[in-house]
Design a protein around this ligand. Sequence first.
Ligand SMILES: Cc1ncc(COP(=O)(O)O)c(C=O)c1O
Length: 406
Amino acid sequence: MTKAEDRATPRGTQRVPANQAQRAPPGSPKPAAGYPVQPRAGVEAIAPYVPGRSIEEVKRDYGLNDVVKLASNENPFGPSPRAVEAAAAALGGVHRYPDGASRDLRAALARHHGLERENVIMGNGSDEVITLLALAYLDEGSEAVLAVPPYSVHRTAVLVGHGKLVSVPLRHYTHDLAAMAAAVTERVRLIMVANPHNPTGTAVTEDDLRRLAAVAPEDVVIIVDEAYYDFVDDDLRFTARDLLDRNPNVVTVRTFSKVHGLPGLRAGYGLAHPDIVSTLDRIRPPFGLNSVAQAAALAALSDSQYMARVIAGTRVGRARLLEIARGHGLEAIPSQANFVLMRVGDSTAFTESLLRLGVIVRPGENLGMPGWVRVSVGTREELDRFDAALDRAAVDTQERVRGSDG
Ligand SMILES: Cc1ncc(COP(=O)(O)O)c(C=O)c1O
């Protein structure tokens, strides 16, 4: 039957197209959930992001006055004062739309990285840049190679982009770039690497990344997410930006959420070949970053004193976290980021015990690392609190596990 004939069928006697055979006839009772509009196939399979619990929520739920949050890899040292000043000044202009092309900020970032403005794409957080890349370069039947466990946003972006996951296990808690290269088939369009990785905090070597870029087909986009770049030890630190001249398919993703201390404003960016930037320009929301975020990010970028303080404090904090873990007999993974993963056994029970003591950490179950907890760097006082809570939490966990067994 042609389409025209189909349309000519009298109302009420229409044939039901095969893909709508499950549809209930008009007037039938509504199913309990999801009626009447259903998302496209595949959406139900995407797990919603599970954020760290907020300080306010924990205070309320546990009746506490003083709660420490070490759960979201935030910068515990407060925002850059210059950024705050610039954000406050920008508020007076919010009756205007922002500069949708973020011209000044992109120009400053291009100078900072020795590139052109056409090499810089902005996003509402680097998460948006990653999602845009997946939307632009994946389609039905295409694949993306990523680590397992991945940074969860990478995984979600692939599924949102209708792609299939090709998951390559970490090796020694680190991306196995050789195995990821070997997993590339002709259906692969994207490779995603977080360097350093979240949730493990490990970094790949420059040689391994250069080798991956050299062997990956040039029509595969390699995303290197460098959210924690600034915290990497000097002798291990290198940026995928330096591969761009030779490998125009490498996209380096950075954020203002970590070393610049602005996660609440949502500003991230990618450094890429101009053709990739202009491709993403076609699909991104037209106004890009809000004007307050643009102003704050611009000011933060030049606040090198603040950044130096944050980097130093973060490195001290993560060394202390490792010490604390080992002091309590917990295995911990040496980290190049602003958090440390520790093996605690029953991480859900352990997290709960810490919550009762007013310390929020992230259970590994949500991060693909059951049995571990991820603890973010805090101020010296916050880490003292964590240290003191650990012993009590261990006892508390054992008691509760024993109680629920009996
Ligand atoms: C590897 C990685 N990439 C990106 C982000 C998020 O950055 P943004 O706040 O810019 O979206 C995070 C945040 O925790 C992260 O761990």
